[in-house]
Design a protein around this ligand. Structure first.
Ligand SMILES: [Zn+2]
Length: 305
């Protein structure tokens, strides 16, 4: 069964100003590397649908949703936080990004695909219930997770987040929901300066100091994530796939390489095969050094295939 590859041209239109690292070229860099590696030939391509207001409202407040959807600033842009700028192109991109996750859940849970990858932006894992944050508007992975729980009645869903930044938005959304386990590794102390404390048995936060190498990352995953995931036995796994912990990515100070992303993907796949009928939905979060990003996504997808 092939991988569902979900993207949309609207995700290329949203821009946050010259020099902003979260830029459309990221999507192109991934697709270029996928073509060079002949991966494009073996995925089934889908254009993301638009998420509905009701689907967003499972994890976001109505007031915040309407603020983003009804954007009509005369100046043409507005900063929702110091790093996160909304323009008229943001709304369609954000709705496609969230819609990609909804579609991925529908494709995977109706057995049309075992695995889906969403090559979308803006990313989502910093988006809080009631505000945008850190390049993120709607929390895509959380919207997909809520769809799996509410529309399909799943009882145990795991989200694995190896982005270099703590997925504080995802944690805030599911912190009191025992149906969701979140396993996260991230540089600490580092933006957004959260996640260092263990809050409960379902939020498996593993802070890593600057300059952590792939070996130490693998040890942390083996020691903290895998026992928790084995205990939880998820029916479906999401991956908040950020590749900004790569050594070449100048946004952070961790030292992961393509082989580490391949390794952690294999570990996640083993869990999925054991408990979740192999069902994995992966979505792009960070990753800003274009070459490393493209190579890392290819390493990730080659294992998922
Ligand atoms: Zn990140």
């Amino acid at each position: 069964m092939s991988i569902a590859y979900i993207h949309h041209p609207d995700c290329l239109l949203h821009e946050m100003g010259t020099g902003h690292p979260e830029r459309p070229a990221r999507i192109h860099a991934i697709e270029e590397q996928m073509k060079v590696s002949h991966l494009m030939e073996s995925v089934q391509v889908y254009e993301a649908l638009l998420a509905t207001r009701e689907q967003l409202a499972r994890v976001h407040g109505i007031q915040y949703i309407d603020k983003v959807l009804n954007f009509n600033d005369k100046s043409g842009f507005i900063y929702l936080d110091p790093d996160t700028m909304q323009t008229p192109e943001t709304k369609p991109a954000a709705l496609r990004a969230a819609g990609a996750l909804i579609q991925a859940v529908d494709l995977v849970l109706t057995h049309q695909h075992q695995v889906a990858f969403c090559n979308i932006r803006p990313p989502g894992h910093h988006a809080l219930p009631d505000c945008a944050m850190g390049f993120c508007f709607f929390n895509n992975v959380a919207i997909g997770t809520a769809h799996a729980l509410e529309a399909y009645g799943l009882r145990r869903v795991a989200i694995v987040d190896f982005d270099v930044h703590h997925g504080n938005g995802t944690e805030a959304i599911f912190i009191n929901d025992p149906r969701v386990m979140l396993c996260s590794t991230f540089q600490h102390p580092f933006y957004p300066y959260s996640g260092a404390d263990t809050v409960n048995d379902f939020m498996i936060n593993v802070p890593l100091p600057a300059y952590t190498t792939g070996d130490a990352f693998r040890e942390a995953v083996t020691q903290h994530w895998l026992p928790a995931l084995n205990r939880f036995a998820p029916e479906l796994l999401f991956i908040s796939a950020g590749f900004d912990a790569h050594e070449d990515d100048s946004i952070s100070f961790l030292r992961l390489h393509e082989e580490d992303y391949a390794w952690v993907t294999q570990e996640i796949l083993d869990i999925a095969n054991q408990y979740a009928q192999g069902r994995i939905i992966s979505t792009l979060e960070g990753g800003y050094e274009l070459s490393a990003l493209g190579r890392s996504v290819v390493a990730h997808l080659e294992v998922l295939m």
